[in-house]
Ligand binder design. Structure first.
Ligand code: COS
Length: 399
């Protein structure tokens, strides 16, 4: 492996926490449809909700690779816990620390570092999912205030959140350039958290709607400059896709382990399942794809940590790892037969949980759009350079 041993030391630590504390809560949370506050408190204590909070505000200032390993290991036993940590960090801490004014960072980040305060990220609306620029929530300037009206849906962690960031249209008719983002405290009058979403998977994760009913905010509640909200959120999603990739990777690894354990246990009881090629091939394909997904996820994290462009690679990591996650959960269920179909088998929860990885923070189709745009841009440069070098009139025509 090319990543350093301190990452593996951290993995051992977080895996022990995942196996002893998170795993026993996972089925309960899946059944109750609610994240357990006691587990949230334990995650706060371990700084898992503030991993990306910079050291200058008292946070751990973890690098992206270490953080991705945390999301992977938590998701290996519980997707709901993985996404709770992923959303708190890459959709909450990251945009505030990257785009917030120094006052906003001072107001919010020390609380994140000290108490694991959660920031929820509000982008998606009923008519603005993949088409994120279709935002309908508005913010109208009235004297020294911005007044927000509208709503968001499928928002992660809102019942636990202390702070909210949300996009709203401040310049109607200007598309993506007319969208700005705002930072507000959960107790701001007119703001409320609404209906909990009833989901197929990640049932333990807190997902609900947000409502802005004449929410009056001071002018300095805007996160960064006016009209930059869309770009800020797109940059946030570039990084968020590393954590969804890590989450899918963890679920894939978890499915592989459940299947391998099942085969060995079966053998101990006198079964010969492991001798069948159909089972061996499934395990081999799962293990190979998990390994490939891990390299994609860690590579995009490493590119981000070393200040290099990573948006194409994070989209690839998310796209590939999500598909591997679904593949592995399904293969594990095939290996386990009816035992994989029951809740006791654990893998059916992974099967339901991993589906979100192909939808949230940009569907697989959106990832393909993002990747293909980079591919064409890269080749455009090559084609232009070739045409210029050869003075080929046909190539010039192509351009
Ligand atoms: N980083 C920085 N800027 C970005 C960006 C990125 N990743 N992606 C787009 N932009 C900028 C563009 O450069 C453009 O800027 P200018 O107006 O200055 O030229 C602007 O944002 C609009 O971009 P574009 O025209 O490409 O927007 P599109 O409407 O075509 O949308 C996609 C592009 C489809 C990629 C985008 O809408 C997307 O990612 N959608 C999925 C959203 C999503 O993941 N939703 C789920 C949220 S779950 S938390």
């Amino acid at each position: 492996m090319w990543w350093n041993t301190s990452v593996e030391d951290f993995r051992r630590e977080i895996r022990a926490f995942a196996d002893t504390v998170v795993a026993p809560a996972a089925d309960r949370m899946d059944a109750s449809g609610a994240f357990e506050p006691e587990l949230m408190a334990q995650m706060r204590q371990r700084n898992l909700l503030s991993m990306l909070c910079p050291k200058e505000y008292g946070g751990p200032g973890s690098d992206t690779l270490t953080y991705a390993v945390a999301v992977e290991e938590l998701s290996r036993v519980c997707g709901s816990t993985g996404i709770t940590v992923a959303a708190a960090n890459s959709l909450g801490v990251y945009p505030v620390s990257s785009f917030g004014t120094s006052k906003q960072r001072q107001d919010v980040l020390p609380g994140v570092a000290r108490n694991g305060a959660i920031i929820a990220f509000g982008l998606t609306e009923p008519g603005a999912g993949s088409d994120a620029s279709g935002t309908k929530t508005t913010a109208v300037r009235e004297g020294d205030s911005w007044v927000l009206n509208g709503g968001k849906c499928f928002i992660t962690n809102p019942h636990f959140a202390e702070w909210i960031i949300a996009t709203a249209v401040t310049r109607p008719g200007q598309g993506a350039r007319g969208i700005s983002s705002f930072l507000l405290h959960k107790d701001t009058p007119g703001f409320s958290v609404g209906k909990k979403e009833n989901k197929m998977g990640l049932r333990g994760s807190d997902t609900a709607t947000l409502h802005f009913d004449g929410v009056k905010l001071p002018l300095d509640a805007m996160l960064g400059p006016e009209g930059e909200g869309f770009k800020q959120f797109m940059k946030t999603l570039d990084g968020g896709r590393i954590s969804i990739g890590a989450m899918a990777l963890g679920l894939a690894q978890g499915s592989l382990e459940v299947a391998a354990r099942y085969v060995l246990e079966n053998k101990r009881l006198g079964g010969d399942q492991g001798d069948h090629q159909s089972v061996q091939f499934k395990l081999a394909d799962m293990a190979t794809q998990v390994e490939a997904a891990r390299h994609l996820v860690y590579n995009s994290a490493h590119l981000k940590d070393t200040g290099r462009p990573f948006a194409k690679q994070s989209a690839m990591a998310k796209l590939y790892a999500s598909e591997v996650g679904r593949f592995c959960a399904e293969q594990a269920m095939k290996i386990m037969g009816i035992d994989g179909f029951t809740a006791a088998g654990r893998v059916e929860r992974h099967f339901r949980d991993v589906k979100l990885c192909e939808i949230g923070e940009g569907t697989s189709e959106i990832q393909r759009i993002v990747i293909s745009r980079y591919v064409l841009k890269e080749f455009e440069t090559v084609v232009e350079a070739t045409a210029a070098a050869t003075h080929d009139p046909q190539m010039a025509h192509v351009n």
